[in-house]
Design a protein around this ligand. Structure first.
Ligand SMILES: Cc1cc2nc3c(=O)[nH]c(=O)nc-3n(C[C@H](O)[C@H](O)[C@H](O)COP(=O)(O)OP(=O)(O)OC[C@H]3O[C@@H](n4cnc5c(N)ncnc54)[C@H](O)[C@@H]3O)c2cc1C
Length: 504
């Protein structure tokens, strides 16, 4: 029987394992697979916690409805009725500018203005800034296949103010990145396509909105909001995948240290000390018919190092870790993976008695880096999505770190909470004592698609042809969010099966 080892139990590894299992079953292929996760839980960056009636998301809290793969997977998992939009009555976002919060003008989609009156009326931009944004429609398209940074693109099309006040905090902010290094083609290809196709972002966005309306008219059901989530938190999706995979094909608390390749087989080495399951007695206690038992039965012991033999290996760890796993197998590939930069971030969730806090009606605010504040943004979590906590409380989540203030991720919990409280005091006047506080750190967890990313990806894909059966998947490569990771997982599963069971 063909054996596949999947390394990493984040959404990329889990969705790959699920699609692999289901695609193999529907094609009548017999495979055994084993997903190996270093940590004691599954989900990677996705982490929902329920504490004293509060629903907290430590990492991602939503997915983009524009990218259909998360919603599709959730429906497939039987979670269709758990998908939830943002709350209509609180919609809106504020932007901090010169120390004051300004409401983002209606019709400003990502960074493109689509309505004239709100743009004229807003206090966020100067008159010159507004005029420059409006003139976008007359700026000739560049029509070049060359890549460009987000900073250069936005300055060229919409002007400096749009970059500083909107594109940097909102668009680059999603990646916690630096607009002066982010690749437009790799990170935001849709904007470049709009410029190419319509000659202008404003025209392109209006055309896109018309199309979306037609699609919506043709489809039944409520209109999805830009951001969606699951009623019980995003970990519901993780739990549903895990229950379909079955615990016997998943190994927690086990870190892979390196991968070797010999005579068309892969050898996945497990870090000494993290492989108690490979002890003879424990391996025997595992259900003999389970895929894990089958995988372990051929696991060898050499000195203090253990390995599992596989016909195909799918690596879904962050690129810098994947790099370290491949040092011996392919050093140039390993070095190339190291060139994908990552930044660290943290989230600080604070809950307050609702009676002690007055929040502007919105989902929260973003902070341009020119404001020189410590947090990047704050989401009014309990306003953005229903059911996150009882009405007696409000919950706010602050984003810390990113390319500008990465060092802040190293603050200890008390320092981090004090810092976040200080920022909320200065910006929205909250001086109340929180009834709950939680800090989540995400070290080197956000890949950055910098200039040259697409060339890097072409090189990496070409190089992988030298190692048939070896695959890299995850947010480091072809799309940064949850939906992209799921889509990549499905594609990777298909590739692995096509390799293992070639069509005659
Ligand atoms: C703070 C934050 C907020 C975010 N918000 C959003 C959002 O709202 N919406 C959205 O779409 N995206 C968001 N993202 C991005 C999203 O989290 C990622 O796209 C997605 O979770 C990536 O999943 P992954 O499986 O590729 O990687 P990971 O989640 O990093 O999973 C990799 C797994 O590999 C394991 N591992 C590492 N080393 C080893 C080893 N040696 N052996 C075995 N296992 C190993 C890790 O423990 C981990 O479980 C956010 C990210 C962060 C950090």
């Amino acid at each position: 029987m063909k054996r596949v080892v999947i390394i990493g139990g984040g959404i990329s590894g889990l969705s790959t394992a699920l699609y692999l299992k289901e695609q193999a079953a529907s094609a009548g292929h017999e495979i055994e697979y084993l997903l190996i996760e270093k940590g004691s839980r599954l989900g990677g960056n996705i982490l929902t916690e329920k504490v004293d009636g509060f629903l907290l998301e430590g990492g991602p809290d939503c997915f983009l409805s524009e990218k259909p793969w998360t919603a599709q997977l959730c429906r497939h998992l039987g979670l269709g009725d758990q998908i939830m939009p943002t709350t209509e009555e609180n919609k809106g976002t504020f932007v901090l500018s010169k120390g004051r919060l300004h409401e983002m003008p209606e019709g400003l989609i990502l960074m493109v203005p689509t309505k004239i009156m709100p743009l004229i009326a807003t206090s966020l931009f100067s008159w010159l800034g507004k005029l420059r944004m409006g003139l976008e429609i007359f700026i000739p398209p560049r029509h070049s296949k060359e890549d460009e940074t987000l900073g250069s693109f936005v300055r060229r099309r919409l002007g400096n103010e749009a970059l500083d006040k909107i594109a940097e905090p909102l668009v680059a902010g999603v990646h916690a990145g630096d607009p002066e290094t982010m690749s437009m083609r790799a990170s935001f290809p849709k904007f470049m396509e709009m410029e190419d196709e319509h000659g202008s972002l404003i025209k392109g966005m209006l055309a896109r909105m018309r199309k979306a309306k037609e699609v919506q008219r043709a489809s039944a059901g409520p209109r999805p909001t830009m951001f969606m989530t699951l009623k019980g938190g995003l970990s519901e999706m993780i739990n549903a995948i895990v229950s379909r995979l079955g615990s016997s094909s998943i190994k927690l608390n086990t870190a892979v240290s390196r991968i070797e390749e010999k005579d068309g087989k892969y050898f996945v080495y497990l870090l000494p000390g993290t492989v108690p399951i490979l002890r003879q007695d424990e391996a025997l206690s595992v259900n003999r018919d389970s895929p894990l038992s089958l995988a372990l039965s051929s696991a060898r012991k050499s000195g203090t190092v253990h390995y599992i033999e596989a016909d195909s290996v799918i690596i879904s760890t962050p690129a810098h870790i994947s790099s370290s796993l491949l040092v011996e197998l392919d050093n140039p590939l390993s070095e190339k993976l190291q060139t994908i930069p990552y930044v660290s971030t943290a989230t600080v969730t604070l809950a307050f008695n609702a009676s002690e806090v007055k929040l502007p009606k919105s989902f929260g605010f973003v902070i341009p880096r020119v404001e020189e504040r410590k947090i990047m943004a704050a989401t009014f979590t309990s306003r953005k999505f229903a059911g996150r906590c009882s009405d007696e409380y409000v919950m706010i989540r602050c984003f810390v770190g990113g390319s500008k203030n990465e060092y802040l991720v190293d603050l200890d919990d008390k320092e981090m909470v004090d810092m976040a409280r200080g920022e909320l005091r200065d910006i929205i006047g909250i001086s109340a004592e929180p009834v709950l506080s939680r800090v989540y750190r995400w070290r080197k967890a956000m890949p950055q698609y910098t200039i040259g990313h697409l060339e890097r990806m072409r090189w990496i894909s070409g190089r992988l042809h030298q190692h048939p059966g070896l695959y890299l998947t995850g947010s480091a490569y072809n799309g940064i969010g949850i939906s992209d990771s799921i889509r990549e997982g499905e594609i990777t599963a298909k590739r692995a099966l096509d390799y293992l069971f070639p069509k005659r």
